[in-house]
Design a binder for this molecule. Structure first.
Ligand code: CA
Length: 302
């Protein structure tokens, strides 16, 4: 599967609306909600933004789901696939029974089938697909990550940044096998080739894992338009030095644009309340029940 890359578009500088998807207000259950901000940008080279992201709350289950998707496929296929994935996951994740990882996998498998159906039904959408990375924050400090493709989840904790997901991409496999270095992977012409995506085959293999979140953790979901252009240390420094999560998202997107902006770029940040971060007096220090920054501030969230 090859994504984007080969077609270059003239730069337009157009900002794509962030289109946050908000199903419900934060639950008034007394749960301390994470502070959240997200944004997406077409970049400086492409004409269409094939990335999408969403935030969904299930008040009854006290769960928050964050999703980033990066579409592939020519014409308008990639754009449709990523939007479908986000919307379907938002709808599916609270359905069904079972524990959170089971429901996450079922939601992704169901989205895969729906995207494939769309692709088979409409000729112009054939071959479309999308990556997806999901962070599910539940009650009692429980959290899970699920992903397909090379959109990533990072954890920022104790002054360092750590990628939590392993890319399902050709170059990531070659790095793991010791065939190429991670430095070589950054410029390898095959870096657009991903090994798993939604909407491509009848079955999809989903990686799902529990997290052990701690107070003050910051989680970053992003497309390769960020992690392919801005290295992990720079990502960490930008998030760490920003005044709040909205500023951090804007700074990350700016960094990707300054690094060439050759791809669409999407970032969603979630910071758990707690003492590790932010420090007293920090704008996010007031984050409490119902505090969802950024997404709620945008006019598109109506
Ligand atoms: Ca991309």
């Amino acid at each position: 599967m090859r994504r984007g890359g080969t077609r270059r578009h003239r730069p337009t500088g157009r900002t794509v609306p962030t289109e946050p998807t908000l199903d419900a207000d934060s639950p008034a259950t007394g749960r301390i909600a994470p502070a959240i901000a997200g944004g997406t940008h077409v970049g400086v080279v492409r004409r269409v933004n094939q990335d999408a992201f969403g935030l969904f709350e299930d008040a009854k289950r006290e769960e928050t789901l964050l999703v980033v998707a990066d579409g592939l496929g020519g014409h308008r296929g990639g754009e449709v696939a990523s939007r479908l994935a986000v919307d379907l996951l938002g709808r599916n994740f609270s359905l069904g029974d079972g524990d959170p990882p089971t429901r996450l996998v079922q939601a992704i498998e169901s989205a895969n089938a729906d995207i494939l159906r769309h692709a088979n039904r409409e000729r112009t959408l054939r071959g479309m697909g999308t990556t997806v990375v999901c962070l599910l924050l539940g009650p009692n400090g429980r959290a899970h990550v699920a992903h397909v493709g090379d959109s990533r989840l990072y954890r920022l904790r104790d002054g360092s940044i750590e990628p939590i997901t392993e890319d399902h991409s050709l170059v990531a496999t070659l790095v793991r096998q010791g065939v190429i270095s991670s430095e070589e992977a950054r410029t390898d012409p095959r870096r657009n080739q991903i090994l798993r995506a939604l909407g491509v085959r009848n079955d999809v293999e989903v990686d799902v894992a529990p997290l052990e979140p701690r107070p003050g953790d910051t989680y970053l979901l992003c497309s390769d338009g960020l992690h392919g252009l801005v290295d992990d240390d720079a990502i960490h420094a930008l998030v760490h030095s920003a005044n709040d999560l909205d500023a951090a998202v804007a700074d990350l997107i700016d960094a990707a644009k300054r690094a060439g902006g050759t791809d669409n770029v999407t970032c969603v940040l979630a910071r758990l309340p707690g003492s590790a971060r932010p420090p007293a007096g920090h704008p996010d220090a007031s984050a409490g029940a119902g505090a969802v920054r950024g997404l709620l501030d945008r006019p598109e969230s109506e």
